[in-house]
Ligand binder design. Sequence first.
Ligand SMILES: C[S@@+](CC[C@H](N)C(=O)[O-])C[C@H]1O[C@@H](n2cnc3c(N)ncnc32)[C@H](O)[C@@H]1O
Length: 230
Amino acid sequence: MNNEIRNIFNKIAPVYDELNDRLSFGQHRVWKEMAVKWSQAKPGDTCIDLCCGSGDLSLRMARHVGKTGQVSGVDFSCELLAVAQERAENIYPKPNITWIEADVLNLPFEDNHFDAATMGYGLRNVTDIPRCLQELYRVLKPGAKAAILDFHRPSNELMRKFQQWYLNNLVVPTATQMGMKDEYAYISPSLDRFPLGNAQIAIAQQVGFTDATHYPIANGMMGVLVIKKF
Ligand SMILES: C[S@@+](CC[C@H](N)C(=O)[O-])C[C@H]1O[C@@H](n2cnc3c(N)ncnc32)[C@H](O)[C@@H]1O
């Protein structure tokens, strides 16, 4: 299963950033800035961006922590990491980011290492959500926060219908034009399987995060889970 997911993301890599911009009308940039803010990363902090993909959140985080800070961008898709690396090389001054090819279910870091964490559109894609949050808990320092951005099913019936219409009639056809039909058709079923905000909070609490809040954004079509390790 992990291999199938990795193959999907390796295939998407060349068009991933363009599609994100087109499909969210650029809004994903705003949501990602919110996630960085909610992670409470500060200048000089050591941070991790889980499932970093092409590095959007890692780059934002690096700007936030400045030249005295450090960001580790972790993903298992070597193709997306190559895109991330190239983006970072074209930025001056060079952001302080280390790109790491690894499985977020087995993070290659010692316990209590990071001051803050972000994750964008990753939690829905991992094969074991509790395990992922458990690993995140392990590598965060006591007092550190993580902000996890992903799709969400709105509680409002009308918004839910709109979201499904948007996925069926905008996302899939646009991706089809770019030769990525199957890869984007997976979003809707993955969203059906993805726990709602309250269930995400419950999993976070089970693995040890005592402070957990889920913030619905974009009329509940997206959400940010903010969790803190005490
Ligand atoms: C939808 S992309 C999100 C990329 C980026 N965070 C963003 O917001 O644009 C999901 C990413 O999760 C990665 N991923 C999924 N499961 C993973 C795992 N178990 N370990 C590492 N990366 C994983 C994929 O390779 C992909 O890059």
